[in-house]
Design a protein around this ligand. Structure first.
Ligand code: ADP
Ligand code: MG
Length: 711
């Protein structure tokens, strides 16, 4: 028999039709669907079950299976209402094989309906309880003359993400109505052959198997296809962009010679570690090319990334061109500026600083000198990205601490050079070690260098996790160490992005915490010691003075918000105390801990916390157990999921709906390889057969990845 394609078929539900067009969906229910982000039938079909529950066929009470959703019918032989303690309604259900005790917590409303002598059917998970069989909070059906459901067959029931207004069963019923029609309209953007090679089901089958699986392996196959698609789309987007840049952007090929190398190294007050050597070589090679480098340099906290940045920037200066270094906070920008100036003292390389704290006159002067090529190295915050900043010939742009800067910032920096047709080499540094799994997805467009190991002589930091009841002890001990000439940080949580101190109202609470902590310490355990507060709202001059005095040992304890989270480098500080540690993320705590252990002293990090959740406790424990940032990052990823670690705000990318890392790592690698080969073959995705793929790609990632100019 032939099936004629293109024949008008009797499709009742168009994918684009609003959800209200499904019978039974009135205005109220439609509102509930909208609340779940479902406007159209297509949205409904994309609303995938979060999981599936095995639902057994109806059984006799004695044969009730355990651990799955069982279905049992019987006669109510007794009921009881309990009002004390946990309010509950209980019923005893009997058939000729045995007895089932049923409990509905808060189920008092059932007492009018579940009456002795009636036959009902319950669906839920049964457990053995005190020798008998028990079911807690099952679904109940009342069987009477008009309603006598068939015993049914076993199946996998989809459990949909639901809401108070709309439960999973209602969504399921709605999907049932439209599924066949909807499936018939789903076209695939991957060819049969492509799918066959990878043993992936069609998009149509994948949706059918997700909503109505015949068995577990169908769920797995469907998930595999959908997760693969998510990775493929992202990888195609990223690599499409990259291929486009390779073709259209040119960068200054910088000079390198043993002599230049020697001059640069003379400026560095230490010998590079083997790990730094490897990365410096990779970078030097990149910068000698006429295509813009796009490289992520990762290394654990304290691994010594700054010197690699300096090397790159001095290569630019050696070729008579400019470099920019962008840091996520003013404090860090100021510190980089100060330390680079120290190292370059007496050389003819001109260094300048530009942050949001600059006065109008300072800013105007910096802008003019950058545009005229008088500044060789410009250090700054995101203020570097603002419109007025132009360079005569920007050859190297370094972004420190990438986790605060996304794809857009890199794009903005690329356009800063006034040299016609020229884009800078971009280096991105991160001390929040990005698990390999993530760097492949989110930074799929970057080459990656990793600085292995730490500079010599570092003594590992001892980490202790304690509850608030130990606080007095902790500070008494801190006093002892301060009296021995050590310096410390005390960090209180504050929602302080550092990018814009005025923007986050949460920072206010942080400041209140900071003030009260200061007061408590000054009047109590640290009375007579030299304390200073540090936070993002201080005037720049004040902040710089505080940092300088701390560096010179004129302050014993710096009580700070998270402004010191990244980058701050004061080797004499050897104690870090974090208050309310449960409010910080794992990566953040690792960063904070990284502020100590930089000098010759044995350092200590105390996390005072009261985690309210198991995950919270696991986070603090993980930190006490490991000092390896890469380990911790993988752990963090498991605990929180990539969405948390790299919120949409940071990466600018839509979250995955099906794919999960690290579980789907193999799919990610496959998608990455496939995308690379694809773009190699078809660099603009402009073939007629690619129309659907291209449209879907633009819809998902066009904006976040800035694909507008590419496709
Ligand atoms: P991060 O990778 O966290 O940015 P930094 O670049 O701030 O690390 O370096 C941390 C500290 O280690 C700094 O005080 C720096 O001067 C020092 N350092 C970096 N490399 C070396 C090295 N090869 N030998 C000795 N000290 C080093
Ligand atoms: Mg750093």
């Amino acid at each position: 028999m032939f099936i004629l394609r293109g024949m008008p078929s009797a499709i009742r539900f168009d994918l684009r039709a609003p959800i209200e067009s499904v019978p039974g969906v009135g205005p109220r229910r439609a509102g509930a669907f909208h609340g779940l982000g479902i406007q159209t039938i297509a949205d409904l079909i994309r609303h995938l079950p979060a999981r599936h529950e095995f639902e057994a066929a109806e059984s006799r009470i004695a044969d009730t299976p355990l651990g799955v959703v069982a279905s049992v019918r019987g006669e109510v032989s007794a009921t009881r209402v309990t009002l004390r303690g946990k309010k509950r309604f209980e019923a005893v259900l009997m058939d000729h094989t045995g007895r089932l005790d049923v409990v509905w917590f808060n189920g008092l409303y059932l007492r009018e309906r579940v009456r002795v002598g009636e036959t009902i059917r319950v669906q839920g998970k049964a457990t053995k309880f005190k020798g008998g069989l028990q079911m807690v909070n099952p679904r109940v059906e009342f069987l009477d003359a008009g309603h006598d459901p068939s015993p049914g067959e076993e199946r996998l029931r989809p459990v949909y993400p639901a809401s108070e207004e709309l439960n999973s069963r209602e969504i399921e019923r709605c999907v049932d109505r439209v599924l066949n029609d909807a499936l018939a309209q789903i076209d695939d953007h991957l060819s049969d052959e492509f799918r066959r090679e990878r043993e992936l089901p069609s998009l149509r089958d994948a949706h059918r198997m997700m909503h109505r699986p015949a068995n577990e392996s169908e769920v797995l196959a469907a998930r595999r296809r959908l997760a693969y698609d998510e990775f493929l789309m992202l990888q195609l987007g990223v690599q499409l962009k990259r291929a486009h840049q390779r073709r259209t952007l040119h960068a200054p090929a910088l000079r390198w010679s043993p002599e230049i190398d020697r001059h640069i190294r003379e400026r560095v007050p230490f010998t590079l570690t083997p790990g730094q050597e490897v990365v410096v070589k990779e970078v030097a090679k990149d910068l000698q090319q006429a295509t813009p480098a796009n490289r992520l340099i990762q290394g654990d906290v304290g691994a010594g990334k700054t010197v690699v940045a300096l090397y790159a920037m001095l290569m630019a200066a050696a070729s008579g061109r400019q470099a920019a270094l962008m840091a996520p906070t003013e404090i860090l920008a100021e510190q980089h500026h100060a330390s680079i100036e120290r190292m370059l003292e007496g050389s003819n390389v001109k260094v300048a600083l530009l942050t949001g704290a600059a006065t109008a006159a300072e800013r105007a002067s910096v802008l003019r000198r950058a545009a005229e090529g008088e500044i060789d190295i410009l250090v700054g915050t995101h203020a570097l990205l603002t419109g007025g900043v132009r360079f005569k010939s920007l050859a190297v742009a370094v972004i420190d601490e990438q986790h605060r800067f996304g794809v857009h910032q890199r794009a903005a920096l690329r356009e800063k050079s006034d040299e016609p047709g020229s884009a800078p080499h971009v280096l991105v540094m991160t001390a929040t070690p990005i698990p390999r799994t993530l760097s492949l997805t989110i930074f799929g467009d970057l080459d990656v260098s990793t600085i292995k190991g730490l500079p010599p002589g570092r003594i590992p930091v001892t980490t202790r996790v304690v509850g608030p009841e130990k606080r007095d002890e902790v500070y008494a001990y801190l006093r002892e160490r301060v009296e021995r000439g050590e310096q410390a940080y005390v960090v209180v949580p504050a929602i302080d992005t550092g990018e814009s101190d005025a923007s986050e109202s949460g920072g206010g609470k942080g400041l209140a915490d900071l003030r009260s902590t200061m007061k408590r310490l000054e009047e109590g355990p640290l009375k007579g010691k030299r304390l200073a507060a540090l936070h993002g709202r201080l005037k720049r001059a004040t902040r710089e003075r505080v940092m300088e005095r701390f560096r010179l040992g004129q302050i014993d304890v710096l009580v700070a918000t998270t402004v010191i989270e990244v980058g701050v480098d004061i080797p004499n500080a050897s104690v870090m105390i974090v208050e309310h540690a449960e409010r910080f993320g794992l990566a953040q705590l690792h960063q904070l801990r990284g502020r100590v252990g930089r000098g010759a002293r044995r350092s200590l990090c105390v996390l005072i916390g009261e985690p309210a959740t198991e995950d919270g406790a696991a986070r603090l424990e993980a930190l006490a157990e490991s000092s390896d940032g890469f380990d911790l990052a993988e752990k963090d990823l498991e605990l929180r999921g990539p969405g948390e670690l790299f919120g949409a705000r940071q990466s600018g990318l839509p979250p995955f709906r099906v794919a999960t890392l690290p579980r789907d790592m193999d799919l990610l690698l496959m998608a990455r390889r496939d995308a690379a080969a694809w773009i190699e073959r078809s660099p603009a995705l402009a073939e007629p057969a690619e129309r659907l793929l291209r449209a879907r790609l633009l819809r998902t990632h066009g904006q976040a990845l800035g694909l507008g100019d590419v496709a």
